[in-house]
Write a protein that binds this ligand. Structure first.
Ligand code: PLP
Length: 352
C-alpha cells in the first residue's frame, strides 16, 4: 500500500544551519593554531545528523566524533570512515570487524581494548587517556604497558571533567595529559571540548573537540555573544478555550484561573523532550507576546495563557530555546535540552 504524503507537522524544529556553520568557524578560530573537530554523537546532539553533517563539512570540519558504532553509518553517508572517531572504542571482535569494514577509527580506552584491536589486525587508532574524569580511558598508571607501544596512535586524547568551571581540576588534568603525551608517540594531541577551548591555548594542542557550542550551547560566559542559537522549537495551537475564575487546567488540577482567561493547547509535550520542568516558569512566544505555560506539561500537549492576544487555532508559537536561558529556567543542562528533542518534530532548516 502506498500512503499519501503525511500532512504538515504541528511540531517543528528549525535548525539554523548557517548559525551552526558559524559556530563551528568560531570554535575553530578560538582553537588558535589547533583545528576544531566536531562531536556529532547522539544524532548531532539531537538535532539530526542529516542537518548537522552538511553544515559542518561546508564550514570546514574534517574530524568527527561519535560514541557508538551504531552512529557510524549516519555519518559515513557524508564523509570517509577515517575521519570518524568512535569514542566507546572496540569492546569485541564484531566491533573491531565493523571498524575495519567501515574505516571508522576506534578510540582505544583500555589495555584489553588495545589487545583486541591488535589481535584483530591493528592499524590506525586513537587512544583515550583518563586524566581524572574516571569514566573511560587508559589509566595513567597503565601507560607503561608494552601493548600500548604496539598501537599506531593517530590522536592521543583526554577529556576534561570541569572545563565549564574555574576548577583546579583543569590544570591537574592538563598536567596528567602532558605527562601521557611525553610517554606515548602520537601524531596529534587533543584535549579540549567546547568549554576547554576557552581555557586558553595551553588546552588547545592539535585538535579540539567542540560539541555543545556548535549547537548553540554556551558552557562558559566567555562564549556569550559569540555563539548563535541553532535550534528553534515551534508548535501549532490545537485548541483555544475561555476559562472562568476557578477553572482548573491540566492533570491534577495544579493551576486554577484567577480571572477570565483565554487558554491555548499546543501540540508538544514531554514525549517531545519538553519535560515537566518547563511548567514551572516557561513561556512560548507569539508575535511578541510571552504566553506563560499553565498546568502540568502532558505527554503530547502544553497549555498556555494567551489572554489578550489574537492567537488562533493553527497558529505556530515559538518555545524559547535559547539554551543558557532555557537551562536556567528548567534546571536541565544545555546538553539535556538538545538531546531530549524527540522524533515527532519535523526537522527543517531555517527559512530565511
Ligand atoms: C561529547 C564529547 C566532547 C564534546 O564536548 P562538549 O562539551 O559538548 O563540547 C568532546 N570529547 C569527548 C570525549 C566527548 O565525549
Amino acid at each position: 500500500m502506498t500512503l499519501p504524503d503525511a500532512p504538515p507537522a504541528s511540531l517543528r524544529l528549525r535548525i539554523d544551519t548557517a548559525a551552526l556553520a558559524d559556530n563551528w568557524r568560531t570554535m575553530d578560530r578560538l582553537s588558535g593554531s589547533a583545528t576544531a573537530g566536531a562531536a556529532v554523537k547522539a544524532n548531532g546532539y539531537g538535532l539530526g545528523i542529516d542537518f548537522v553533517m552538511p553544515a559542518l563539512l561546508g564550514a570546514g570540519a574534517r574530524n568527527f566524533f561519535v560514541a557508538h558504532w551504531s552512529e557510524v553509518a549516519g555519518v559515513l553517508a557524508y564523509t570517509a570512515g577515517e575521519t570518524i572517531a568512535v569514542l566507546h572504542g572496540v569492546a569485541d571482535e564484531q566491533e573491531a570487524a565493523y571498524a575495519r569494514a567501515t574505516g571508522a577509527v576506534p578510540v582505544i580506552n583500555s589495555l584489553p581494548q588495545a589487545r583486541l584491536w591488535l589481535q584483530s589486525g591493528g592499524g590506525r587508532c586513537h587512544l583515550m587517556v583518563d586524566s581524572g574524569i574516571n569514566r573511560l580511558g587508559v589509566e595513567p598508571g597503565n601507560l607503561g604497558d608494552p601493548v600500548l607501544e604496539k598501537l599506531e596512535i593517530d590522536t592521543l586524547m583526554s577529556h576534561l571533567a570541569s572545563a565549564d568551571e574555574e576548577s583546579a581540576q583543569n590544570a591537574r588534568q592538563l598536567a596528567v595529559f602532558r605527562e601521557a603525551a611525553s610517554r606515548l608517540p602520537a601524531k596529534r594531541l587533543s584535549l579540549g571540548n567546547s568549554a576547554g577551548i576557552m581555557l586558553g591555548e595551553d588546552y588547545h594542542f592539535d585538535l579540539t573537540r567542540p560539541g555543545l557550542a556548535l549547537y548553540g550551547g554556551v558552557p562558559r560566559s566567555e562564549l556569550a555573544g559569540l555563539i548563535r542559537q541553532v535550534a528553534h522549537v515551534e508548535s501549532a495551537v490545537l485548541q483555544l478555550r475561555d476559562l472562568s475564575p476557578g477553572d482548573a487546567v491540566g492533570y491534577n488540577a495544579v493551576w486554577h484561573a484567577e480571572r477570565p482567561t483565554r487558554a491555548a493547547t499546543l501540540a508538544l509535550g514531554y514525549a517531545d523532550g519538553i519535560l515537566r520542568a518547563w511548567g514551572k516558569a516557561g513561556a512560548v512566544q507569539h508575535e511578541g507576546h510571552g504566553l506563560p505555560i499553565i498546568g502540568k506539561v502532558s505527554m503530547d500537549m502544553i497549555i498556555v495563557d494567551c489572554t489578550g492576544t489574537n492567537l488562533a487555532e493553527g497558529d505556530f508559537c515559538n518555545l524559547s530555546y535559547d539554551l543558557p536561558q532555557a537551562s536556567a529556567l528548567t534546571g536541565l543542562s544545555q546538553y539535556e535540552l538538545l538531546t531530549l528533542l524527540g522524533n515527532r518534530f519535523d526537522r527543517t532548516t531555517q527559512i530565511a
